[in-house]
Design a binder for this molecule. Structure first.
Ligand code: ATP
Ligand code: MG
Length: 567
């Protein structure tokens, strides 16, 4: 490709809308064009990189026994109604109607459709297992599309679905995919970590997320520095720790606590530490209210809470709803509450003589004891674990890091096969539910994660495997015919060797060409300048290390054949 023909327009300025580096660099390098919030055109440079990522994915999926197919994007509502997800998926499901007024959605994922396809074809144990995948556009009407390709509303995903005879088969498929995912992200040049994860709207039990480590990541990872425990903060759990254990139960006191709204206010006012206070919150789960109790210095993990409540929508109850239930916002507490269900984090029953809201304006109770002074309807782990807490496996302190979820693997078991009737006849002719798994990778998000991890002030530093082009050839003076002839000769030779080269033939100053080369992140740059004329030496510079070597023509080609893997 000649730079003069390349369909790209680079930008020096950082576009205001971009918050994170990969988004800024993709815009500056002319890789993407925004069409609407969370909806992008992939321009040629981005598309070349994405095609390489997709190729790596295909190779690893095929090697693990996958077969590629391509399902439709528009799904009739009926199949989603059959699984119950027409309702469960909520506002994220992009719904539309055809000219006859029939409901459809643009698929955010394909469990329903693939299950119905497999149900139609596979009837006998002889036809299982099946590993079927596609690389296809998904739609999710995200609440906050942002960070460029990281969280789009329209994005490309690889999704594979496994169908096995039994749990042992699922374990094998899951393991094969887990390994394939590790291979894929490794080949893409990512530093990543698989972590235990929540299953979210996909459902099922047993899941790992593959997290590319990056400060800008939206996900939090808790990991142990002395054993191999690692989990997403969505599910991380550590043993409960109470307060005041061993103390004698004291008399309840009702104290006047004006203007004490937050736990800190109360703790300061009463002269105790926040871990002695029980924080009470009122949530609205679909159309019912629940009171939720947690130790004052902890945070609620709303993903855990939502899973326990098994609801579609979870939010803080508005003040009017709290008042209508006879409670006082700001001074909520469990004592005397009868009509509303009380859910407590596992630490609360272990708290002796705790303080809490008094249930009336400007009042708190001291020395409250669960069981004696109030009853809890449901105790479960609803706590958000933070760094420094003990590892659930070995007890050492957990560390926290941020990550970008580039892929996720799920064990679905029989969640979809049961409701959609995907059954097979076993060796004895007995009907059984197929046992399923599903496995997704975001292609655009993976590319964005690669940039998050590989850049400097000058721009992108592409790992060779996913670079849009491998080498740029820069003649420093486009009006010097001798240099131009040599550059052209090298360019042609590189193409002949199947090396993906760009010749910067633009009538620009060398500084402009160098800056663009850095911004676009070519792994290698060959500069053809004075030394080429005087000593027949070409300057070869590696983008990642900045290392420069001077080599004669033939050695330059040989070297580039080696580093691009085209030997
Ligand atoms: P998140 O928690 O980030 O919303 P998710 O868990 O809902 O993602 P999955 O259903 O596991 O996503 O989808 C599989 C993969 O698809 C993700 O690991 C991610 O790489 C990609 N992906 C999901 N949502 C988006 C999105 N809105 N934009 C780009 N890629 C996405
Ligand atoms: Mg996920």
């Amino acid at each position: 490709m000649r730079a003069s023909r390349l369909f790209v327009s680079t930008m020096r300025e950082v576009p205001a809308e971009a918050e994170i580096i990969s988004h800024k660099l993709m815009l500056r390098a002319g890789m993407i064009h925004k069409e609407a919030a969370g909806i992008y055109t992939y321009l040629p440079l981005a598309w070349r990189s994405m095609k390489k990522i997709m190729q790596i994915i295909r190779e690893e999926m095929d090697a693990a026994g996958g077969q590629e197919l391509f399902m439709s994007t528009a799904h009739p509502a009926e199949i989603w109604q059959q699984s119950g997800r027409w309702q469960v998926y909520g506002a994220e499901l992009w719904r539309l109607q055809d000219r006859h007024g029939r409901d459809f959605c643009l698929a955010p994922t394909h469990e329903e459709m693939i299950t119905l396809n497999v149900k139609n074809i596979a009837r006998s144990y002889r036809q299982l297992p099946q590993l079927l995948y596609q690389i296809q556009t998904k739609f999710r009407d995200e609440r906050r599309p942002r960070f460029g390709l990281m969280r789009g509303r329209e994005f490309i995903m690889k999704d594979l679905y496994s169908f096995d005879r039994d749990e042992a088969g699922l374990d094998a498929s899951y393991q094969a995919m887990y390994q394939a995912y590790s291979n894929i992200f490794h080949r893409c040049g990512l530093r990543f970590r698989p972590v235990e994860a929540d299953s979210g709207a996909i459902g099922g039990k047993g899941s790992h997320e593959f997290m590319a480590l990056a400060e800008s990541g939206e996900a939090e990872i808790l990991y142990c520095t002395s054993c191999d425990y690692a989990a997403s903060s969505e599910i991380a759990a550590t043993p409960p720790q109470g307060t005041g254990s061993g103390e004698e139960l004291k008399e309840v006191e009702d104290v006047y606590t004006p203007d004490c709204i937050t736990v800190e206010d109360v703790a300061n006012f009463l002269g105790v530490t926040p871990d002695r206070v029980v924080k009470t919150m009122c949530y609205q789960a679909d159309d019912r209210l629940v009171l939720v109790l947690i130790r004052g210095d902890r945070q609620i993990n709303e993903i855990k809470l939502k899973n326990i409540l098994d609801c579609f929508e979870l939010q803080f109850a508005p003040d009017e709803a709290i008042r209508a239930a006879g409670l006082v916002p700001g001074y909520l507490g469990p004592v005397g509450v009868k009509e509303i269900k009380i859910i407590a984090d596992s630490e609360v029953p272990l708290m002796v003589n705790h303080e809490c809201g008094g249930g009336r304006e400007s009042h708190h109770f001291l020395n409250i004891n669960p069981g004696r002074d109030y009853q809890i309807d449901l105790v479960d782990d609803i706590r958000l674990v933070r760094g420094g807490e003990p590892c659930p496996h070995c007890g050492k302190a957990l560390a926290m890091a941020r990550g970008i979820e580039v892929g996720q693997v799920f064990k679905l078991h029989t969640k979809y096969s049961k409701v959609l009737g995907a059954r097979y006849a076993d060796e004895n002719g007995q009907e059984k539910d197929m046992v399923m798994g599903c496995y997704g990778i975001g292609v655009g998000r993976t590319m964005a994660a690669v940039i998050e991890q590989n850049h400097d002030d000058g721009g992108i530093i592409w790992p060779m495997a996913v670079a849009p082009y491998q080498v740029i050839v820069i003649p420093v003076n486009d009006r010097d015919p001798e240099l131009m002839t040599l550059a052209e000769k090298l360019y042609q030779e590189l193409l002949r060797q199947k090396i993906e080269a760009v010749l910067d033939d633009r009538p620009e100053r060398p500084g402009v060409k160098f800056n663009d080369a850095d911004l676009l992140g070519y792994p290698f740059r060959v500069t053809i300048g004075k030394k080429a004329k005087e000593e027949q030496l070409l300057e070869l510079k590696e983008r990642a290390t900045g290392e420069v070597r001077f080599l004669p023509f033939t050695e330059t080609v040989e070297f580039l054949k080696q580093v691009t893997g085209n030997k």
